[in-house]
Ligand binder design. Structure first.
Ligand code: HEM
Length: 164
């Protein structure tokens, strides 16, 4: 029987991932949530972006905790699939059961990624989700907006994270 090969020690970043390689690693920070129908809230967050050598995909995960008590809040994970032409798609599964297919584009020079939902599934209220990630003064800042059956596209989350 043929031996199972060990994982290769290469760390080659796929050319499609290269323009977004500044994201790879672990980020920690804080965020604030709001929406016209809820009370505002604050949270801490850890984000991870990782890749496998020579694969044109970035694995993404986020965990959040209530800032005041450390109690776990929302979490989500998925895959970001950047293309060499500057477009990107992402699939994200949320701890609430909601799933998203996001499509958009990135600007490697500005270090900005803009995503808009092409599909939101298994959601009771959410109709649309947009996400923008950008580097601002060496920190990763993001904003999430959503539309529900009762409310048009409005800010829900805003976070700023530092790479650790
Ligand atoms: C409320 C969706 C991320 C914390 C909500 C609501 C929806 C929603 C639909 C109810 C709004 C309403 O009743 O009108 C989403 C989506 C997210 C997301 C689509 C990601 C794209 C998060 C994250 C956190 C969070 C990361 C925590 C850090 C909350 C809280 C409420 C809320 C605390 C209020 C709950 C309540 O008052 O019952 N969210 N959420 N959400 N969300 Fe999110």
């Amino acid at each position: 029987m043929a031996a199972i090969p060990p994982p290769t020690p290469q760390v080659a970043v796929h050319p499609a991932v290269q323009p977004l390689s500044y994201l790879l690693g672990t980020w920690r920070g804080k965020g604030e949530g709001s929406f016209p129908t809820i009370s505002p809230f604050k949270y801490s967050e850890e984000l991870q972006f990782s890749h496998s050598p020579n694969k044109a995909v970035i694995a993404y995960s986020s965990k959040t905790w209530k800032l005041s008590s450390g109690e776990p809040m929302h979490s989500e994970s998925g895959y970001w699939r950047p293309k060499l032409d500057g477009t990107i798609e992402a699939v994200i599964a949320q701890s609430t059961g909601l799933v998203e297919v996001q499509k958009g584009e990135y600007d490697a020079e500005q270090r900005r990624v803009k995503l808009k939902s092409a599909l939101v599934g298994n959601a009771s209220k959410v109709k649309e989700i947009t996400r923008v990630f950008e580097m601002v003064n060496g920190e990763l800042a993001y904003a999430v907006e959503m539309a529900t059956d009762l409310t048009s596209l409005q800010p829900h989350l805003k976070g700023t994270l530092k790479k650790i």
